[in-house]
Design a protein around this ligand. Structure first.
Ligand SMILES: [Fe+2]
Length: 316
C-alpha cells in the first residue's frame, strides 16, 4: 500500500465507525463547504482545503519524504523526535504513525470536538445544551493548543527523511464503537464491579493491568448499579465540559466510560451521582489503533509498536 491508500482507508474506517453515521458526516462536510463558498478570495487562500473532504482534521498526512510501497510501519501513541531517532536506529521503517495529533493535526484538534455534541444528543442531552456547554470548552482547547510546538516532530521526520502521519479521531472512533457494541447491550442493573470485570477481559486492558494501568473506578462504588452506560468520552478530540455531567444525569445516563478524566470533571460527576469508569488512556488509544492496524496487517504490512502502543492483533 502507498501512504495515501493507508490514509484513505483510515478516514473511511473512521467514518464507518462514527456515531453520527455517514449521513451525519455528510451534513458536517456540507456545512463546511457552504461556509467556504461564502469566504472572500483571500480567506479561501488561507482556508485548509482538506477540511472540505476530511471530517477528522486531527488525522493527517504530515510528511512524505519518499512516496513508496509501505511494508513496515513504526506505530506509537505519542511520536516525538525520540521516536523518529528510534526509527532510524531500528532501520527499514517505511512509515511512522502517531496516534496523538501532531503538526496541523494538533493545530486542528478542537475541530473534531463538535462530534461530542451529537453523541451527547444521542444519549438524550438536548442539542442546544450540549452545544452551549461544548462551545466554551472547544474554545478553551483551541487556545490551549495554540502555544504548542506543533511542527517539532514533523521537522524531525523531514530532516531524517521519514514519512509521517497521525491518526487520532479515526482510531478513537473505532475504540468507541467497539466499546459501545460490547457494553451497551448489557443489563442496566449490572453492577459497576461487573462492568469493570467485563472491561478487564478486553486484551488491551488486561495487558495494561499488568503494569498498573488497568480500568479503574473514578466515581462510584463496585456494588452500585450501572444504570444506562454511555460511551461519551472515548472519541471527540479530548475531554468535554465538566458542566455536562449534571445534564447527563438529567438525560438518564448512569455510568460513563472514559479514557481519562480531569479532577474538576470527576468532582462534577460525583456531585451528579454519575458513576465513572476510566478504562485507561494508553490502553484505550491502543484498542482503537489496533482495530485499524489489523486492516494493514491483513494487507501484509508489518507493525512495529512503540511509545505506549499495546499491540494486540485480532486477525485469525
Ligand atoms: Fe489519547
Amino acid at each position: 500500500m502507498q501512504i495515501k491508500e493507508i490514509y484513505n482507508l483510515a478516514i473511511n474506517k473512521g467514518i464507518e465507525a462514527d456515531f453520527r453515521g455517514r449521513e451525519g458526516i455528510e451534513r458536517f462536510l456540507k456545512r463546511k463547504k457552504e461556509k467556504y463558498e461564502k469566504l472572500s478570495e483571500k480567506e479561501k487562500e488561507e482556508f485548509d482545503k482538506e477540511a472540505l473532504e476530511n471530517p477528522f482534521l486531527d488525522s493527517r498526512i504530515l510528511n512524505i519524504s519518499q512516496d513508496k510501497e509501505i511494508k513496515r510501519i513504526l506505530v506509537g501513541i505519542d511520536i516525538e523526535p525520540a521516536e523518529i531517532l528510534l526509527a532510524k536506529e531500528i532501520g527499514n521503517i517505511d512509515l511512522i504513525i502517531s496516534h496523538h495529533p501532531l503538526g496541523k493535526g494538533l493545530a486542528n484538534l478542537a475541530d473534531v470536538m463538535e462530534l461530542q455534541c451529537d453523541v451527547l444528543n444521542q444519549y438524550g442531552v438536548p442539542i442546544n445544551v450540549a452545544e452551549g456547554l461544548m462551545k466554551e470548552r472547544i474554545e478553551e482547547v483551541a487556545r490551549g493548543i495554540n502555544a504548542r510546538n506543533h511542527q517539532r516532530t514533523v521537522d524531525s521526520a523531514r530532516l531524517l527523511g521519514f514519512n509521517l502521519i497521525c491518526l487520532h479521531t479515526v482510531c478513537d472512533n473505532l475504540a468507541a464503537k467497539f466499546l459501545k457494541d460490547r457494553i451497551e447491550k448489557e443489563d442496566s442493573l449490572m453492577r459497576i464491579e461487573d462492568l469493570l470485570n467485563l472491561l478487564k477481559e478486553i486484551p488491551e486492558y488486561k495487558e495494561a493491568l499488568k503494569f498498573g494501568a488497568g480500568p479503574k473506578i473514578f466515581v462510584g462504588d463496585p456494588e452500585r448499579r450501572c444504570g444506562k452506560i454511555a460511551v461519551t468520552e472515548i472519541t471527540g478530540g479530548t475531554e468535554g465540559s465538566p458542566k455536562l455531567y449534571e445534564k447527563m444525569a438529567i438525560a438518564g445516563i448512569g455510568t460513563i466510560i472514559g479514557m481519562h478524566m480531569r479532577e474538576e470533571s470527576k468532582k462534577e460527576a460525583e456531585a451528579s451521582n454519575i458513576n465513572v469508569i476510566i478504562a485507561g488512556h494508553m490502553s484505550s488509544d491502543s484498542l482503537g489503533m489496533n482495530l485499524f492496524l489489523d486492516e494493514l496487517e491483513k494487507k501484509g504490512i508489518e507493525i512495529v509498536p512503540c511509545s505506549g502502543l499495546i499491540r494486540v492483533s485480532r486477525n485469525q
